[in-house]
Design a protein around this ligand. Structure first.
Ligand SMILES: Nc1ncnc2c1ncn2[C@@H]1O[C@H](COP(=O)(O)OP(=O)(O)OP(=O)(O)O)[C@@H](O)[C@H]1O
Ligand SMILES: [Mg+2]
Length: 353
C-alpha cells in the first residue's frame, strides 16, 4: 500500500518471522551461538528466556535454518498447551515414529528410546525444542524431565531446548521441578534493544526492504518509537508499520515524531519521554549522522487514515528502563554501525544513535 510512496520493495515491518530481516545485536549473536551450541551436540537442557516480543522464536528459527545435518532429527513444539497424550502423539509424529507410538505412551517410550540410541550410535542427535514453554502444564514439564533422563552410561541422548518468557524461570524454581532445573547446562536471557540498537534495527529492516531509512523516519521519530516500544522488536514493528501507513495517508516523508506519537496514542503506548532533558538519552551532536531533511510542514490535527485501515486493538506492557548506554561502533568486532535518519524541523534535538 505505502511501499511505492516510501521507495520500498516490500513492507519492512511485517510481523512474520522472516529470516531475511533478521537483525543481530552482539547480544543476539551470543544468544544465537548459545542455541547453536545447544543443538549441535548432546548438551542436556538449554534454556532461552526473554520477555514477549524480544525475538526468541526468531532466533530459534534462525538456529534451525542452519541445522542441516541429515543424521540429526529435531522437533519443534510451538504450542505446548496439550494434554499428556496429545504431547506424546505430537512428538511421535514429529520424530516419524509408528502409529502405535503416537497412540500409546508405553509404545512411544520403547520406540523413542531405541530410535534415540540408534541415532546416537550413527553420530546423529535427537533434539526437542519447546517454544512458549512458560505455558507447559505442570504434568508436561514432569514428562519433559523424564524424557531428559534418557541416557547411556556416558551421554545424555535427548537434547532439550526450552524457550519461554521469564515466568518459565520462576516455574523452574518450584521445588517439584528442581531436578529439571539442575539439568540446565546452557542458559541465556534476551533483553529488549536499547535506543541505538532500535535505530539500527529500524534502519536495517528498511534497507532489506529496499528503502533508505534517512528518507523515511526522523531521528526524533525513532527516539519516540524506542520509548513507546521499550525496545521490543514486535512493538517496534507494529509502531513502524502503522507510522508508515499514517505517513502515507498524510503524504508525509520523512515520518516525524508527531506521527509516531499519534500512532502510539492510538495503541495506548507512551512515547513522551523527554529525550532532551538532562539525564535523558539525548547526547551531543553526532556529526556523521546529522542529515537535515525537509520536515512535514503539517499541522497538529489527527492523521487521516487510508481506506481499510483498522487501528490495532491490543498493546503490551512496556518495559521502562534507564536510558540506554551508547554502543561503540567497531565493525571489526561485529558491533553496530551508526544509522542515519532525517531530522524533525520543528524541534532540533540530537540523538546519539
Ligand atoms: N532479531 C530480530 N531480527 C529481526 N526481527 C526480529 C528480531 N527479533 C524479533 N523480531 C521481530 O519481532 C517479532 C517478534 O519476535 P518473536 O516472535 O521472535 O518474539 P518472541 O520473543 O518469540 O515473543 P513471544 O514471547 O511472544 O513468543 C517477530 O515477528 C520479528 O518480526
Ligand atoms: Mg515466540
Amino acid at each position: 500500500m505505502y511501499e511505492a510512496f516510501f521507495g520500498l520493495r516490500e513492507r519492512p515491518f511485517d510481523l512474520a518471522v522472516n529470516p531475511r530481516f533478521i537483525f543481530l545485536t552482539p547480544r543476539h549473536r551470543e544468544a544465537l551461538s548459545t542455541l547453536r551450541y545447544g543443538i549441535s551436540a548432546p548438551r542436556g537442557l538449554t534454556l532461552l528466556l526473554g520477555d514477549a516480543g524480544t525475538g526468541k522464536t526468531t532466533l530459534v528459527r534462525a538456529a534451525l535454518a542452519e541445522e542441516t545435518r541429515a543424521e540429526n532429527r529435531t522437533v519443534l513444539l510451538s504450542n505446548p498447551t496439550l494434554t499428556r497424550s496429545e504431547f506424546y502423539e505430537f512428538i511421535a509424529r514429529g520424530f516419524g515414529m509408528s502409529e502405535g507410538a503416537a497412540q500409546s505412551k508405553a509404545r512411544f517410550l520403547i520406540e523413542f528410546q531405541r530410535a534415540v540410541q540408534e541415532r546416537h550410535g550413527a553420530g546423529g542427535l535427537t533434539t526437542m525444542i519447546i517454544d512458549e514453554a512458560q505455558s507447559l502444564p505442570d504434568e508436561l514439564l514432569e514428562e519433559v524431565r523424564l524424557l531428559a533422563n534418557i541416557e547411556t552410561s556416558t551421554a545424555k541422548l535427548l537434547n532439550l531446548v526450552l524457550v519461554g518468557q521469564p515466568e518459565l524461570a520462576d516455574r523452574l524454581n518450584q521445588p517439584s521441578l528442581r531436578q529439571l532445573k539442575q539439568r540446565i547446562t546452557l542458559r541465556w536471557q534476551l533483553a529488549p534493544l536499547d535506543l541505538r540498537e532500535t535505530a539500527v534495527y529500524v534502519a536495517s529492516r528498511i534497507r532489506v526492504a529496499g528503502g533508505n531509512a534517512g528518507e523515511i523516519f526522523t531521528r526524533e521519530a525513532v527516539a519516540s518509537i524506542y520509548e513507546a516500544s521499550g525496545g521490543l522488536p514486535r512493538l517496534i514493528n507494529v509502531i513502524c508499520d502503522n507510522a508508515l501507513l499514517g505517513g502515507f495517508a498524510a503524504q508525509v516523508k520523512p515520518i516525524d515524531q508527531e506521527i509516531v506519537r499519534e500512532i502510539c496514542r492510538d495503541f495506548d503506548l507512551d512515547s513522551s519521554y523527554p529525550f532532551d532533558e538532562p539525564g535523558s538519552p539525548a547526547r551531543q551532536p553526532h556529526p556523521s549522522t546529522l542529515h537535515p531533511s525537509a520536515g512535514s510542514g503539517r499541522g497538529n490535527g489527527k492523521l487521516p487514515r487510508p481506506p481499510g485501515h483498522v487501528d490495532g486493538a491490543g498493546s503490551e506492557e512496556v518495559d521502562r528502563r534507564s536510558p540506554p548506554a551508547p554502543v561503540t561502533e567497531n565493525p571489526d568486532r561485529g558491533e553496530l554501525p551508526a544509522p542515519t535518519f532525517g531530522q524533525d524541523t520543528k524541534k532540533r534535538k540530537f540523538f546519539f544513535f
